[in-house]
Design a protein around this ligand. Sequence first.
Ligand SMILES: Nc1ncnc2c1ncn2[C@@H]1O[C@H](COP(=O)(O)OP(=O)(O)OP(=O)(O)O)[C@@H](O)[C@H]1O
Ligand SMILES: [Mg+2]
Length: 260
Amino acid sequence: MSKVQSSATSSNSIARPLPDSIGNDSIVELDDVHLRLDSGAGPVNILRGVNLQVAAGERVGVVGPSGSGKSTMMMVMAGLERPSGGTVRVAGQELNRLDEDGLARFRRQHVGIVFQAFHLVPTMTALENVAIPLEFAGVADAFDRARIGLEQVGLGHRIHHYPGQLSGGEQQRTALARAFVTEPSLLLADEPTGNLDIDTGATIVKLLFDLAERRGTTLVLITHDPSLAARCDRTVRLADGRIADDGQAARRARLQAAGE
Ligand SMILES: Nc1ncnc2c1ncn2[C@@H]1O[C@H](COP(=O)(O)OP(=O)(O)OP(=O)(O)O)[C@@H](O)[C@H]1O
Ligand SMILES: [Mg+2]
């Protein structure tokens, strides 16, 4: 246990400095992105010309009705789904130009993902789950760093537990630790509080924003949770495969009101 605690105190060494302010540089640029899939029932146009820019360090909430394309847009940003048209640029890389190996490398270097259903490997302990992306990245002290990551989400006492032995909130915290442990510049989370009770959800939201702030991480969070959306710098609304509102006007109005 003392080893865990001493590891946790050294966690500042892997933290990045906070950005002074939200810069003008876009970390995500979607330009006229289309995604069309062929299903048994015929072709479906899921994304129909999505234009979106997210600045480095920004925290963006994504809302919209079920089926509007939120998860699909997140998969496109993560390079897990290839668009059928348009341009996707993330962290300075044009994803359309990368092959599968290039995309895997891009994800390892730049993106952390929290899936809605946690996606933990059931036969691996919490520690092993969090160490996976570090091992893929060839980090020598993967298990030490994974232990620090779990300590940061308050799970230092659960590192050898399997997902089936963890509560829903603990599994979600493990998924958060796994997404943050490689210090991604962009963290994508699909309904991070969707499966949790209100109190556990509030804990996860606080953790998410604390970890992001400590490291200057850009957050794109899909959510139906108004309290989570309210903590973001702006809220992007999707409807029917398009951006219905990019949230910039509301943000400007809020900033203006705060300045008066
Ligand atoms: N593999 C697929 N084949 C055909 N249609 C698909 C496929 N994946 C998603 N869709 C359709 O694309 C649309 C958008 O799906 P998506 O999962 O992005 O929605 P969402 O906004 O995340 O919804 P929710 O809030 O319910 O999670 C839906 O109508 C869905 O049925
Ligand atoms: Mg979804």
